[in-house]
Design a protein around this ligand. Structure first.
Ligand code: ZN
Length: 576
């Protein structure tokens, strides 16, 4: 059996897709809002019996490999690597199918993570430090925390010795060119290493936290630069470990630092990810949205105070998350989540329970700053602060609700506020929301697929199709084989079986009643004939122009006759 077949045998399409999006049972299939276009009503379906997926709006679909390729934006070799790992199928490294530049970088990063982990085992001082911060050894293992020692080249030596090229190690962001002379040196030295893992748990980069006495000109944190496999604006630290729990709890807690995240996971809050307020991107929010709509920000003790955090909140509001803010007292509870949890995990639970819906938080925070009896100036200031977050609310009912509250608090007429709201520049400048993106759909292909799907699902009508339809009416090359007397039990190759299943799957979701099947087939045949004949007419008129230019009268007459015939046929089609 080929590795591809073996992977397909071992993995279930539902399980693979669920790693990325939330599926709901729908009869014998599963449905979801399509991850490839923006929608409110699910048109994305997954069929466990046929092991395929399909979006009826984008009109795209396929198997587990094409799904992973599409959602990760990667090529086949990388999808193969990811799914092989998930299935526990060992691929030969020399296999040309998996030799891609990206895969080499994945290997290097994973090898490096191993190397740093071994470095930690050898260093008692660092181990003690981590334990002192409250980390258990299982946690250190789970997060693959390691240590880069103080050498200039021990990592690059190790990687070259086991066969990796310097150029590739540089592409993985692990070494730097020497400023003087030839050669390279290791980027990470004397640092505690936190591997950055993508959604599939593959190591794609590192954050290194300085260890030992602080030195001047040395940053506390050093990160891998963006590489072919590490995209800063897409990676949310810990999401690979948090995603299933986020779905289960239908809530995601966002913390700022890696230590915050690790401590939260260790204490059982596995639905936690780390993205700092300053670095939250549209990509992060889009990815998160696949798992939940409920987001708790616990960025720092004075959330909302800082511009960067405000922008992050505004962005999340525009993506229609139900936002809450976790608030604590830094003097009593601890300066960040890691410290709070380290002191008393129960306290963290309380903080989360008491987290406030974002608008409530903004209202309290703002109004508390002013005296009970508001002057005109106070009112203007309060309105200025609160109208922007109100403007960012996408849902109009919710927006109206908060406008009403603001009006009553300020004792101002609502319509005045509505006018003021209108004048506020909507949304943050320079932050374009992604436009709705619909994959191109070909109407012709759609009709062809439905027609053949019907013939495959209802073989009793195959004969009818053969009598009334011919191959050349099809535009989609790969579908032609199904026009001839094809029955499911005659289909031999895996590829054809897949395609046939796919066509049947599409048709089943159209909910065509059995007595309507023939009528639907007629409609498809008629439409395709019409398209075919019209194209013929265009061709003939072009030929006619050429013949006229060349003064070939015989030819012109012949073509005229031909086009009259086609026009007759078209008329006939429309009167049938
Ligand atoms: Zn779609």
């Amino acid at each position: 059996m080929s590795p591809i077949d073996e992977i397909k045998n071992r993995l279930d399409v539902v399980e693979v897709v669920e790693g990325y999006i939330k599926l709901k049972k729908a009869g014998k299939d599963y449905k979801a809002n399509c991850p490839f276009h923006k929608e409110k009503n699910p048109s994305f379906f997954v069929s466990p019996s046929k092991q395929i997926w399909h979006c009826f709006s984008c009109n795209i679909g396929g198997d587990i490999f094409s799904f992973v390729q599409k959602i990760e934006g990667i090529d086949f070799p990388e999808a193969l690597r990811i799914l092989a790992k998930k299935a526990g199928v060992v691929l030969k490294k020399e296999d040309p199918q998996i030799r891609s530049q990206r895969n080499i970088l994945y290997e290097i990063c994973e090898e490096t993570a191993d190397f740093f982990q071994k470095g930690l085992v050898k260093n008692k001082a660092v181990q003690d430090y981590l334990k002192g911060r409250g980390l258990k050894s299982e946690t250190i293992k789970e997060f693959k925390i390691g240590y880069a020692n103080n050498d200039w080249d021990s990592l690059s030596k190790h990687l070259t010795e086991i066969g990796y090229k310097t150029a590739d190690i540089e592409k993985a962001g692990l070494i730097l060119k020497k400023e003087k002379g030839n050669g390279y040196y290791d980027r990470f030295r004397s640092r505690i290493m936190f591997p950055l893992q993508d959604l599939n748990g593959q190591v794609v980069g590192f954050t290194g936290r300085v260890f030992g006495p602080e030195k001047e000109n040395v940053g506390k944190y050093v990160n891998t630069p963006e590489t072919l496999i590490y995209n800063k604006s897409r990676l949310a630290y810990g999401l690979d470990k948090a995603k299933m729990e986020i779905r289960k709890k239908d809530q995601c807690i966002a913390v700022e630092g890696q230590m915050d995240l690790i401590m939260a996971h260790q204490a059982g809050y596995e639905n936690t990810i780390a993205v700092s307020g300053t670095a939250l991107t549209v990509d992060h929010l889009q990815i998160l949205k696949r798992y939940t709509e409920n987001l708790v920000f616990s960025f720092d003790a004075d959330t909302g105070g800082e511009g960067a955090t405000k922008r992050a909140i505004a962005l999340a509001q525009q993506f229609e998350f139900n936002l809450k803010v976790a608030i604590w007292d830094p003097a009593d509870d601890g300066k960040d989540p890691a410290e709070i949890i380290g002191k008393n995990p129960k306290k963290w639970e309380q903080v989360l329970e008491n987290s406030k819906p974002i608008m409530e938080f903004y209202f309290e925070n703002t109004i508390n700053k002013y005296p009970k009896n508001l002057s005109v100036d106070h009112k203007r200031e309060i309105a200025k602060e609160l109208l922007l977050p109100i403007k960012n609310i996408v849902n109009v009912v919710e927006q109206a609700h908060w406008l009403q509250i603001l009006a009553s608090k300020l004792k101002i007429e609502e319509k005045t506020l509505i006018e003021a709201l209108r004048r506020i520049k909507s949304r943050e400048e320079g932050r374009e929301l992604p436009t709705e993106h619909f994959a191109e759909r070909s109407r012709i292909k759609e009709i062809e697929e439905i027609l053949l799907g019907l013939a495959l699902k209802y073989p009793e009508h195959l004969e009818y199709l053969n009598k009334n339809f011919y191959e050349s009416l099809l535009n989609t090359e790969e579908l032609k084989k199904f026009v001839k007397n094809v029955r499911m039990d005659n289909i031999k190759s895996e590829e054809d079986k897949f395609l046939a299943n796919y066509l049947i799957f599409k048709v089943e979701h159209l909910n065509i009643e059995e007595k309507e099947v023939l009528k639907e087939m007629d409609f498809c045949i008629k439409t395709l004939k019409e398209i075919f004949l019209k194209e013929e007419l265009v061709k003939i008129s072009l030929e006619m122009k050429e013949a006229e230019d060349a003064k070939k009268q015989d030819e012109v007459n012949k073509l005229k006759e031909k086009s009259c015939k086609i026009i007759d046929e078209l008329d006939q089609l429309n009167t049938e």
